[in-house]
Design a protein around this ligand. Structure first.
Ligand SMILES: [Cu+2]
Length: 675
């Protein structure tokens, strides 16, 4: 078998090869000071870079960038061009900074059919869309490990909803919104055993039954037009390949969505070799509009399933979990015209559709060319039935008939492509650590710029929409080596900002990121900033344990449960002295922030509590659960610096031994009620 390196050596241009070797050498030899100086010298920063990324104090950035945190399970929000970190939004991970997943209100967000799962691997943020353009309303993100899709509300920058995906594993090929946000699509990375004829599940399956019993699934999540609420409408059961990435059509191809697949060999072990046997894998083309029509016409079969749907209520701020017990399944073999397979180089990774909707760019991580397929040729090939075979009744189209052309010698290890507003495409090259610019018109390479190092995804603001914003490109790199001050074996993760407004690309800025910067979406600030919520209305707070003024503050006992209706305002808590609590009681502090002022949260923490603190937004109520372990006087205080007298925002709880009969009493200043 020809090795990748040999193949590349034959086909890659000398320059790219030299660059790859140089980057490799730098990676290996970067422990020396000399090589880090050398790296700085060749970093190629544009002379006017500083002025292009400088956002003066008090000024706002031009764009928001939502970057996945990979294994951190969070989304980080950066301003661009400054690269300033604005916020970390916890999605699939507990977060002590704001108590997400620790307070009683948000714990339900992390419920799954596997129990409470307070972590996941978040890869792809995708902004909601209207008419093929990002609209700034919501951000959808995937969880790879315990398959889930979440929706963030961009008015509040909070996770509003998390939907578990059944019949899926490694939910990587996810989430992809259609052009008017009708659906968000999610494909399984690992095919899993699905008993199509029976009740959905097999009791016992052997690994070598992969070909007979394992199937892939593509989930169709319906999105409510007004509120964004998600609902798993149906799934398409597809051949048992691995589904990697997806991208939706645009303009003429709006009704279609495309998925890259690997392991079309259906190997169940040592996939490194087993999944690279076939010369070509497939791009799966699915007519999603037709799928919806088939599902509506009753072609979908209902099958048992078990998955969670968790939603945060806007007014009470309380998350509720709902367990779903069925899913509707559509099979391509029952639905003519629903799905086609287009050959692509083996082990493809990214699929990206250009702004016109005519070209599907498929990058193969082991390929030495980038094939560009034509949508109109695809339709003609289907019409002429120019097929070379089928997989389980799904036609395979002839490669040459669908192909528009190949980008020759693009570089080593092409992964992902995004587009500007001038007909140019930009592809990331993982192995040769560079971004390569080429044109859709003639598929010729026009420019290349090194990145540091091993770039995965890249993003251009609006670069996956009908009309890209252009101007900037952000490279999300897997390795940083000598780019920052060393911090032990683990170095800062990194993104790089590149100016793409001219003929030549210019490197402007390195900025460190939270977790792995896997993929990102960027959007003009004006599409989000004016809609930002400044505070929650205290009047509309429907939390059942809210205390909307200090008079309502109180402490109530129900058996061994004690509920403290507490208020917080600059600069005191009410009540701030509590007694009558015993060791082993379950104490719930329901803290309502009485402020109706922007940017004044209050925090709340209790000494020794086995939990994070709360961070309560103005007008909202949150609950900290505490089970006191020892008798004595226990301090509590506000953790978020809120005023000149923030340090005085504190109090005491008297804890008596288990079984004590000390009556409940609470006060702020004067004792009430009298004990
Ligand atoms: Cu405070």
């Amino acid at each position: 078998m020809e090795t990748v390196f040999n193949k590349v050596r034959k086909s890659a241009p000398k320059a790219a090869l030299l660059m790859a070797v140089a980057a490799g050498a730098m990676l290996q030899g970067c422990s020396s000071t000399e090589s880090s100086e050398a790296a700085a010298l060749v970093s190629g920063v544009a002379g006017d870079a500083a002025s292009k990324v400088y956002v003066a104090p008090g000024q706002h950035d031009e764009l928001y960038t939502f970057m996945s945190g990979g294994f951190s399970g969070q989304v980080a929000v950066y301003g661009v061009p400054s690269g300033r970190l604005l916020k970390v939004v916890p999605v699939f991970s507990q977060n002590p900074e704001n108590g997400y997943g620790y307070n009683e209100e948000t714990k339900a967000m992390l419920n799954t059919s596997f129990g409470f799962v307070p972590w996941d691997d978040l890869h792809h943020p995708k902004l909601s869309r209207a008419a093929g353009m990002t609209d700034g309303r919501w951000l959808f993100v995937n969880a790879n490990n315990t398959p889930r899709v979440a929706r963030l509300d961009l008015k509040t920058f909070e996770t509003a909803e998390i939907l578990e995906i059944p019949n899926s594993a490694g939910n990587h090929c996810s989430p992809y919104p259609t052009n008017d946000n009708e659906y968000v699509l999610a494909g399984t990375r690992f095919s899993v055993p699905i008993n199509v004829e029976g009740d959905g599940k097999y009791e016992d399956v052997n690994f070598d039954e992969y070909k007979e019993k394992f199937r892939g699934s593509i989930s169709f999540i319906k999105v409510d037009k007004e509120h964004g609420d998600m609902d798993l409408d149906f799934q398409i059961l597809v051949p048992g390949f691995d589904y990697d990435l997806a991208n939706g059509g645009k303009g003429p191809s709006s009704d279609w969505v495309f998925f890259t697949t690997y392991n079309t060999e259906q190997a169940n072990t040592l996939k490194e070799i087993g999944a690279s046997q076939n010369d070509k894998d497939y791009l799966a083309a699915i007519n999603w509009k037709l799928a919806v029509k088939y599902a509506k016409e009753g072609k979908a079969k209902e099958m048992p399933a078990y998955y969670y749907h968790n939603k945060l209520d806007e007014k009470s701020h309380i998350a509720k979990s709902e367990i779903k017990k069925t899913v509707r399944i559509l099979r391509p073999e029952d639905c003519p015209g629903l799905m086609y397979l287009i050959p692509v180089p083996k082990s493809p990774h990214g699929i990206d559709v250009d702004p016109t909707g005519e070209y599907m760019v498929v990058s193969g991580k082991l390929a030495s060319v980038i094939p560009v397929h034509s949508f109109s040729k695809m339709l003609k090939t289907i019409e002429k039935k120019d097929f070379i075979g089928n997989v389980g009744g799904i036609p395979i189209l002839r490669y040459e008939s669908v192909l528009q052309g190949e980008v020759k010698e693009p570089g080593l290890g092409p992964l992902h492509t995004e587009f500007d507003d001038k007909g140019n495409a930009y592809s990331s090259m993982f192995v040769s650590s560079e971004i390569v610019k080429w044109t859709l018109k003639d598929l010729q390479v026009k420019d290349r710029i090194p990145v540091y190092y091993s770039v995965g995804h890249l993003v251009i603001p609006g670069g996956d929409t009908k009309k890209p914003y252009g101007k900037y490109l952000i490279a999300m790199n897997k390795i940083t080596k000598d780019r920052y001050l060393p911090t032990g074996p683990e170095l800062a993760q990194s993104a790089q900002l590149i100016d793409i407004s001219g003929e030549k690309m210019k490197l402007l800025l390195d900025f460190p990121t939270i977790g792995e910067p896997h993929y990102a979406q960027a959007i003009e600030a004006k599409k989000i900033a004016p809609n930002s919520v400044k505070m929650y209305s205290l009047e509309e707070n429907s939390h059942p344990y809210a205390a909307k003024n200090e008079k309502e503050a109180r402490v109530e006992r129900k058996g061994n449960e004690v509920h403290v209706y507490m208020t917080a305002i600059r600069s005191h808590l009410t009540p701030d002295n509590i007694e009558g609590i015993n060791v082993g009681d379950e104490v719930y502090f329901h803290v309502t922030n009485l402020e109706q002022d922007w940017d004044v949260p209050h925090g709340f923490a209790i000494m020794g509590n086995n939990n994070a603190e709360l961070l309560v937004m103005p007008g909202a109520t949150q609950t900290l659960k505490w089970v006191p372990q020892r008798a004595g006087i226990i301090p509590m205080y506000c953790t978020d610096f809120c005023s000149a007298l923030h340090q005085e925002m504190q109090g005491y709880i008297k804890v008596s031994p288990k079984g004590s009969k000390v009556p409940l009493a609470f006060s702020t200043g004067a004792k009430k009620p009298k004990a």
